[in-house]
Design a protein around this ligand. Structure first.
Ligand code: SF4
Ligand code: SF4
Length: 416
């Protein structure tokens, strides 16, 4: 299997093997061996759950830095929609966005405006849906990857509409190329991000061959810089373009609200999303039109690279969007954008990392061995062996990642 680049990393020196992350990982991608956690790369969906719970800050996200701007002649900043919720109401978000000029950018484009456009385009897709069960949003790449790994039967339900950050990158790049006559290689496009899963999806795009984004800089790394220079920021242009509907995308339920639909499910928190995907897989939610699922609680306003408390950020975003939506009509005109800009063009394939063996017969034999070992284990899922559950330990033993002697409960029994 081709090596998959991940934003979420483990800094071994900080890890003290506490196993907090073990229980929280939704894909059972973490093992703790010899007092240190490690991530099974092919299983990780970069949801950032381990990053949020690690009390020793041993998990981090690989991001780019502002120094990367020097590699390009012209730089574009794309602030994530969740930035709308990061600053107290006394700070004007348009002025904050203008602060990116002070940080060395030449152009700033409002990603929420791209979400305005996609809201309209996605609504058309939902109206003409042909699949059984809900169309599933791809806005949270952690969820899309979860489907690839754990719910291959739901791949056809994935809405192959491009994400706001990628559409924003395409629109901004095109505009800058026309105005400056620079080439693609001379233009840097940087997403100012709340999220490791988005960073991973820039480096390893799911529905397209190559991202239009050159790098991703975390919101937390620019947050204070923008605050410090706030009084000196000169407002050169009106960057906030969104009508308000696009801003809603930073919150759970926001996409459906922006599209004005009511037969939808909006689910936040990876565990809850898993429960709903289980139901869809069982054919139980056939009458629902649309599912927006977010790995983070509250949606992207709860992304791990944000600064503000997710609920405070959500409340601020709602207030800003309500104010803008007093005049609820988006000025985004989808006729100006064709499907080359708004759609994925690459097939989405299952990622069979949970398969025991490529050879079906061997896989059956391994499954039998797992059951045999599982029956010997205590079944209390204590995690002391370094695998998240007794069944995961049984699987690890069969796959050569662990030994039966690592079960501390069995060991204790043997000693008695
Ligand atoms: S980022 Fe998510 S999937 Fe990856 S190891 Fe951490 S908790 Fe598991
Ligand atoms: S909910 Fe948003 S911030 Fe959280 S993982 Fe998904 S895309 Fe990233």
């Amino acid at each position: 299997m081709k090596e998959y680049w991940h934003s979420v990393i483990l800094e071994e020196d900080f890890c003290n093997g506490c196993t907090y992350c073990l229980d929280r990982c939704p894909t059972q991608a973490i093992r703790v061996k010899n007092g240190k956690a490690r991530i099974i790369a092919e299983r990780c969906i970069d949801c950032g759950e381990c990053l949020k719970v690690c009390p020793y800050h041993a998990k981090g996200a690989l991001t780019d830095s502002l120094s990367m701007l020097s590699e390009y002649k012209y730089n574009i900043a794309l602030p994530a929609i969740s930035m709308y919720g990061q600053y107290d109401k006394k700070y004007d978000i348009n002025k904050i966005f203008n602060g990116f000029y002070n940080l060395g950018f030449d152009y700033v484009f409002d990603v929420a405006y791209a979400a305005d456009i996609i809201s309209k385009y996605q609504l058309n897709k939902i109206k003409s849906k042909t699949v059984n069960g809900p169309i599933i949003s791809t806005f949270c790449p952690a969820i899309t990857r979860l489907i690839q790994i754990r719910y291959p039967s739901l791949i056809d339900n994935i809405c192959k509409v491009e994400s706001p950050m990628e559409v924003a990158a395409r629109i901004a790049r095109k505009k800058v190329k026309e105005e400056t006559k620079l080439t693609d290689d001379e233009i840097g496009v940087f997403y100012i991000t709340q999220c490791p899963a988005k960073i991973t999806s820039i480096k390893n795009p799911i529905g397209i061959e190559k991202s239009n984004i050159s790098g991703a800089i975390s919101i937390e790394s620019v947050f204070t810089k923008l605050l410090r220079i706030y009084d000196d920021i000169e407002v050169k242009s009106q960057i906030r373009e969104s009508s308000g509907t696009g801003i809603e995308w930073a919150m759970v339920g926001g996409q459906s609200y922006a599209m004005g639909i009511d037969n939808y499910l909006a689910v936040d928190g990876i565990e809850e999303v898993i429960k709903v995907l289980d139901k869809i897989e069982m054919g139980k939610l056939k009458d629902v039109d649309f599912l927006e699922g977010y790995a983070c609680v509250t949606g992207c306003s709860g992304g791990p690279l944000n600064v503000e408390n997710p609920f405070i950020a959500k409340s601020r975003i709602r207030k800003i969007s309500n104010k803008l939506l007093e005049n609820r009509s988006s000025n985004a005109n989808i006729e100006n954008y064709d499907e080359n800009i708004l759609e994925w063009n690459k097939e989405i394939k299952p990622i069979p990392v949970l398969k025991l063996d490529n050879d079906f017969k061997k896989a059956i034999v391994k499954m039998g061995k797992i059951e045999e070992i599982y029956r010997i284990l205590p079944g209390i899922d204590c995690g002391a062996c370094g695998s998240p559950t007794c069944r995961a330990l049984a699987e690890d033993i069969v796959l050569g990642r662990s030994k039966l002697s690592e079960c501390v409960v069995l060991k204790r029994k043997e000693k008695k």
